[in-house]
Design a protein around this ligand. Structure first.
Ligand code: FAD
Length: 410
């Protein structure tokens, strides 16, 4: 255990990981008036191993937070149609306007993540890249009270906080150091290989499903389309153009033809697969958001949408804690809501990513996926806007049952 030093800088919340989950959480907390430090060991604006199709819930969140206009201004094309191909069926689905969302978007991570980080900084969060967090600090009761790590140039780094948020991805250091147990672990893992084609004819998202051969198209910035292939890790192996072309050809001859007429990427990226997990996502002084607490296979393209969803669910819980609500109640409610909105999607994603279904079974799995997504959108659309700081303080004053928060910096 590491010893806390009084001189360490102190915040209401330190968020570790400055991408979808972390930057969004920091943004919402800072704009509600909390003192927030957002750190990441990486560099601002860089890409990461991820395709980036947002589903309606994710776009809805960006729109509710006033950030969708920035995604659009960055030249991200609207997606108004999704085409599903499975067995011998081709099913085009028009994206109907609802809840103020009239199109889907798939911004590159080099577009989405900096927009979220900039929003956090503009709302007053202190943002520091190049800080690798290695451990959490604890008080004598075992509650997490801060983080410790190193800056890129090797200096020791420490910060104290009322709550530490681990938004540090699949292999979360915070989850591990806080001792967050796995509550569910998936039984299947698919691999994905993907790259960016120019000049590909497409009119929206495309998802093609054949046994052990799924593929798709995600239109994105700079006139490019992300094309991916997903299959068992054995089939994808080290990935690249050859397995991708083979899998696309098996899953959609139509896409294979258009791909042949487009300009291929010089290099592809490959994810070799990892089973999904749901971890316990809170404890004394800590909480997890995004992949750190809840990861599922990329094939259903829902990790970003859920990271943006959980950023707000967690921010609401933390704001309540800082305003004096019982920490256990508020954070347990966060995880309960997250799990209620996630379990069906986690299960069906595991089945689809297992690549063990037949042509006859995949339509029903896709219907289950659609139903799980619809419930999430309803829940997000029903959230009231987060109150700005003066209203939050007013609410606190009006609620005489609530005790003032423990201030770690005093
Ligand atoms: C191949 C692939 C394709 C995908 N496609 C899609 C898709 O189309 N649509 C979709 O919605 N989702 C997709 N996903 C899932 C999506 O990428 C994740 O759900 C999303 O990135 C989760 O965001 P996050 O902020 O939780 O974590 P991450 O994006 O992983 O960010 C974690 C951050 O934490 C930082 N960090 C880690 N450890 C430390 C530390 N010790 N100290 C400081 N900083 C640290 C990292 O540098 C990183 O910046 C895909 C995933 C993969 C692998």
């Amino acid at each position: 255990m590491l010893i806390r030093r009084p001189a360490d800088p102190c915040y209401d919340v330190v968020v570790v990981g400055a991408r979808a989950a972390g930057a969004a959480t920091a943004h919402l907390l800072a704009r509600s008036g909390l003192r927030v430090l957002l750190v990441d060991r990486g560099r601002y604006g860089t890409d990461t191993l991820s395709t980036h199709a947002l589903m309606r819930g994710g776009v809805l969140q960006l729109s509710r937070w006033g950030l969708l206009n920035k995604i659009i201004a960055a030249g991200t094309p609207p997606v108004r149609r999704a085409t599903f191909r499975y067995a011998d069926a081709v099913v085009p689905v028009t994206i109907k306007p609802s809840h103020g969302v009239d199109a889907l978007y798939a911004p590159r991570r080099t577009v989405l993540d900096p927009i979220l980080v900039d929003a956090a900084a503009a709302a007053g969060a202190e943002v520091r890249f190049g800080i690798a967090v290695a451990d959490v600090d604890r008080d004598r009761h075992g509650a997490v009270t801060g983080v410790a790590g190193r800056t890129r140039d090797g200096q020791a780094f420490r910060a104290r906080a009322r709550i530490v948020v681990g938004a540090d991805g699949i292999r979360s250091t915070i989850a591990e150091r806080a001792g967050a147990p796995f509550e569910r672990v998936g039984t299947s893992a698919a691999a994905v290989t993907y790259g960016y084609w120019s000049g590909l004819q497409t009119d929206g998202y495309e998802w093609n499903f054949r046994p052990d051969a799924a593929s798709g198209v995600i239109p994105t910035n700079n006139g490019q389309a992300c094309v991916f292939a997903s299959a068992s890790p054995r089939r994808i192996s080290r990935g690249g153009l050859a397995p991708l072309t083979q899998i696309v050809t098996e899953s959609s001859a139509d896409l294979a033809g258009r791909l042949a007429a487009a300009v291929p990427p010089r290099a592809l990226r490959t994810f070799t697969g990892q089973p999904g997990h749901m971890r316990r996502s809170w404890g004394p002084g800590w909480a997890l958001a995004g992949d750190a607490g809840y990861f599922k296979d990329p094939l259903t393209a829902h990790g970003l949408t859920d990271a943006l969803r959980d950023a707000e669910l967690l921010a609401r819980g933390i704001i309540a804690v800082i305003d004096g609500a019982d920490e256990r109640d508020a954070l347990a409610r966060y995880q309960m809501t997250r799990d209620a909105l996630s379990t069906a999607l986690f299960d069906v994603t595991g089945m689809i990513a297992g690549h063990r279904w037949t042509d006859a079974e995949i339509p029903s799995l896709l219907l289950q996926l659609n139903a799980a997504m619809a419930g999430e959108v309803q829940a997000l659309a029903a959230l009231p806007p987060l109150p700005p700081p003066p209203d939050r303080h007013q609410l606190f004053k009006e609620n005489r049952d609530v005790q003032p928060a423990r201030i770690p910096c005093a």
